[in-house]
Design a binder for this molecule. Structure first.
Ligand code: ATP
Ligand code: MG
Length: 321
């Protein structure tokens, strides 16, 4: 079993990404698991080159900072030769109808004057990510289920048309974590793509910045601290964050504090401690570009070596080479 998980450098990695995904990846990982920074996917919508480059490095450093081994993590574009070749083979396996049916494409393309073709075809590239590495399980949220289904369909079709080359992957439901809400607007989740919000807490934020953001978190006009996500989303979010950082239930977290000020200070302190080791290790790497490049090249080499025999086999049976 090989599980493959990716994160797109579409913005700074935030507390929701950390608690909901990255931290679990590190904690639950098996030796065969693979992780990657999907920088090619970040180009499907208008992007700024320098920002993409910086966010890719930052996200990669955070994956290492959280404790994932250098051998099991890579940056997608470092494999652009292998992935580009397989992508083409898979584009010629996929029908236009299949690509155009993707709900996420319809959602993201809807209402835009200009849409990059890459936004339409990126699920095929995602299939290449999965099939190149021989991943058998892809932990994804429901928004990505359809893309893994496509990878499955393409693997099956290719195998039955040309010869058995690809493992047929399946989507697996990751262990669910509470969706962390934006501190200034608990009505929406913290998101990489909402970088301008003052209510986003980022993994690389300094402690004083984190404290300030929590002090300004939106709560409500009541005085009693109670966990009630339905009617009191702001307070519930703070309790869920505190609970996730301290390993207790949100209900128990509610009884451990006695005022809003106390709650905000306590949760800020817990988040600072939770993120401190990750931030320190990631910063160390970011401050040593030569070391970061070395680790990155090593991860890319391993991933390319793992994938190349499968790519060669696919090209051969498809009549290339
Ligand atoms: P974008 O705005 O670009 O979609 P995002 O912040 O939603 O970015 P994703 O790249 O979509 O992040 O997701 C990466 C991982 O982080 C996924 O496993 C997703 O479930 C998890 N995740 C994202 N946002 C949150 C959140 N607010 N709370 C908990 N988990 C989250
Ligand atoms: Mg998202």
């Amino acid at each position: 079993m090989t599980r493959l998980s990716g994160i797109t450098p579409s913005g700074h990695v935030h507390l929701g990404n950390h608690l909901g995904a990255v931290r679990r990846w590190a904690a639950d990982r098996e030796p065969e698991d693979l992780f990657f920074v999907s920088d090619l996917h970040a180009m499907t919508i208008p992007h700024r080159p320098e920002r993409l480059r910086a966010l890719t490095r930052e996200t990669f450093a955070i994956l290492l900072g959280v404790g994932i081994e250098p051998d099991s993590v890579f940056v997608q574009s470092d494999l652009c030769g292998e992935l580009g070749a397989l992508n083409w083979v898979l584009e010629c396996t996929c029908t236009f109808g299949e690509a155009a049916r993707m709900i996420q494409f319809k959602e993201k393309a809807g209402g835009q004057d200009s849409v990059r073709v890459g936004l339409l075809t990126y699920p095929v590239l995602m299939s290449a990510d999965i099939l190149l590495q021989g991943a058998t399980e892809v932990p994804v949220g429901t928004d990505q289920d359809q893309h893994v289904e496509l990878a499955r369909a393409l693997a099956r079709r290719f195998n039955s048309t040309f010869g058995e080359v690809f493992a047929v992957p399946k989507a697996v439901v990751p262990k669910t974590a509470a969706s962390i809400r934006d501190l200034s607007d608990p009505g929406r989740k913290m998101a990489k793509s909402a970088q301008q919000s003052p209510g986003g807490v980022f993994v690389l934020d300094e402690p004083d910045v984190i404290s300030r953001k929590f002090r300004r978190a939106v709560t409500d006009g009541e005085s009693e601290i109670r966990y009630d996500p339905e009617t009191r989303p702001g307070v519930a979010n703070l309790l869920e964050i505190l609970a996730a950082c301290t390993g207790v239930s949100p209900y128990a977290a509610a009884t451990s504090v006695d005022s809003y000020a106390d709650l905000k200070d306590t949760v800020a302190a817990a988040v600072i401690e939770e993120l401190r080791p990750v931030r320190e290790r990631a910063r160390e790497l970011l401050d040593d570009p030569a070391e970061l490049d070395r680790v990155r090249a090593q991860g890319a080499k391993r991933a390319a070596e793992r994938g190349r025999p499968r790519l060669e086999a696919a090209m051969r049976v498809a009549g290339l080479r």
